[in-house]
Design a protein around this ligand. Structure first.
Ligand code: AMP
Ligand code: MN
Ligand code: MN
Ligand code: MN
Length: 290
């Protein structure tokens, strides 16, 4: 990490969703690479937060409790990150519990479709080895490890992406539900990786307008792989909707070099950082060096 790199990273995953490291190791890697404020944001679960908080305390860094909620907006999947949430919030817990049921049901349907497509051991794998919070990435790794694809990316292309033989569509939480659960839990709602939805500029503006009107507070203006030009463009877009800026690596796996901790560029001072106001300020201002 050098002076251009941010010591703050507000988006990453552990084995409680589709990351490959347990929370303790995620925190240890982040700390070793110079991160001093880290949010763990597993897909649709807060179950990894206690272990992450304990590890952060040992490492002397700040752990911001987070979550990444799966949303269906106008037929498309959108991810909304919640930062600084109370993991015990009843509204959030019951919302996430419903998504877990949807994930479990979808996993059974994906396995059935894979069996039909000739992956005859998919059902057995799901019964014997599938994780509690099953994502498509788990199927992608199973398909890679058993030689049905060369990489998880290829497993998505061949089987798991929309339109492919084992794709199962789900209507996840609404945008309003996700924002409300996060705000009710005392957190800040953040639109994750806005450039990864393949939306037209107009559609993205519509999402941001609705999100801001619902009480959403921020947008990621820097996520894995963004350069200065992209960050500046994203900042201009966020400001148009009076959204603060957030940043996060979306780290999943140390084998993927582009998602390493400590490689995110700092935010320009033209945007209000999400951690300097609102629900996150209490976490971050505790930290003397910031
Ligand atoms: P799910 O929420 O279960 O539908 O799984 C989505 C997760 O799979 C995302 O969070 C990514 O980590 C991963 N993913 C989605 N599409 C791809 C892709 N084309 N290549 C690799 N990983 C993907
Ligand atoms: Mn993921
Ligand atoms: Mn995401
Ligand atoms: Mn993510």
């Amino acid at each position: 990490m050098n002076a251009h790199h941010s010591p703050i990273d507000l988006h990453c995953h552990s084995t409680f969703s589709d990351g490959t490291l347990p929370p303790e190791q995620v925190v240890a890697q982040a700390a070793a690479r110079g991160i001093t404020v880290l949010a763990l944001t597993d897909h649709d679960t807060v179950a990894g937060l206690p272990a992450a908080a304990a590890a952060a305390q040992s490492a002397g860094i700040v752990l911001v409790p987070g979550v990444e909620i799966s949303v269906t907006w106008n037929g498309a999947s959108v991810h909304i990150v919640g930062l600084g949430i109370d993991p015990a919030s009843p509204e959030l817990s019951s919302g996430l519990a419903h998504i877990h049921e949807q994930r479990a049901e979808r996993a059974r349907e994906i396995a059935r479709k894979l069996v039909k497509a000739g992956v005859t051991d998919a059902d057995a794998w799901l019964t014997e080895q599938a994780p509690h919070n099953c994502t498509r990435m788990h199927f992608a790794r199973f398909l890679t490890e058993t030689g049905r694809a060369h990489s998880p990316g290829q497993a998505f292309k061949r089987f798991l992406s929309r339109g492919k033989s084992a794709y199962v569509s789900v209507v996840w939480a609404s945008l309003a539900d996700a924002v409300n659960w996060i705000v009710d839990a005392g957190g800040a709602a953040v639109v994750a990786h806005p450039g990864r939805y393949n939306f037209s500029a107009g559609r993205l503006r519509q999402l941001l307008e609705e999100f801001a009107a619902l009480g959403g507070q921020a947008m990621e203006v820097n996520y894995g792989g963004c350069d200065r030009g992209q960050i500046n463009q994203l900042c201009a877009l966020a400001k148009r909707f009076k959204l603060a800026g957030s940043l996060g690596s979306d780290f999943h796996d140390p084998a993927l070099p582009w998602t390493r901790f400590g490689q995110l560029l700092t935010l320009p001072d033209t945007i209000q950082p999400v951690w300097q106001q609102g629900p996150l300020a209490r976490f971050v201002t505790q930290h003397a060096s910031l």
